[in-house]
Write a protein of this length. Sequence first.
Length: 253
Amino acid sequence: MKETELIQIALMLTPPWKVVECQFDVNQKRLDIQLDFARGSRFFCPSCGQADCAVHDTEQKSWRHLNFFQHETYMSARVPRIRCKKCGVRVVDVPWARAGSGFTLLFEAYIMLLAPSMPVNQIADLVSEHDTRLWRVLLHHVKEAREQADHSDVKQVGVDETSSKRGHNYVTIVVDLKESKSIFATEGKDSTTIGRFKDDLTAHKGKPESITDVSCDMSPAFIKGIKENLPNAQITFDKFHLLKTLNTTVDEV
Ligand SMILES: [Zn+2]
């Protein structure tokens, strides 16, 4: 078996795409995989799904892929632009990357897998990429996941503030207590943060009236926001903040 065939199988490429060349540079520690499509191939229109569109011209593109062992791997291809009768000239979707990304989907999945476990600048060091490029990937997928989030079952939430940038900027976070999952974050720690949570909840199929319990600290701002926006919520002061206050008070006495 030729190395191009092996790589083609490993990439699970389907026609009309095929691997035409592999170049391995030991000194650069880099593998380059050149892909191409069969002459005369026709493609789907990425906008309307029309099949059998003829190729208008091509654009050369490349993508960072998962490492080949410890060696950085790049894929490149001339990506066809098709002419659709309805939509005009369009760049086709390739199966290994999303439109506009310089990474393959598998590389992006790897970044998403690492993200919950380490800071982005550490991931950037690990994969030798600039963290700005990785943030773009993370923001894209997080935004997409957030748009699809369904909060219709959210009933019990915890609200707390945390500070970022050395304690100067406050961020309020709302957690779904049943799922132990952060569902909303917004700047500030005043009563309007709860109003913004209400709007976001409504935008994700949730109902402010369905919230039966809110756990928070004794901040008058949160209490005011909850009373104004979550009409059926019973407020419970969480044990951590109660004990903290109790200890401070005992110390003072
Ligand atoms: Zn079309």
